[in-house]
Ligand binder design. Sequence first.
Ligand SMILES: [Zn+2]
Length: 63
Amino acid sequence: MLGLESKAVQCPYCWEWIDILVDCSLRSQQYVEDCQVCCQPILLTLQIAADGWIDADARPENE
Ligand SMILES: [Zn+2]
């Protein structure tokens, strides 16, 4: 299924779990999103598998 999926990722700054919306029509993507809790920029690296599984990696933007 393609579309928008929500995915929980853990903020690398404050360790809170936040929900992000993932555009599953793109198999591989990387972008920066501000944490909803501490507002620091998180570098998100997303891989969407053929079966729709979302692999999300969250790390500090400046590392
Ligand atoms: Zn945070």
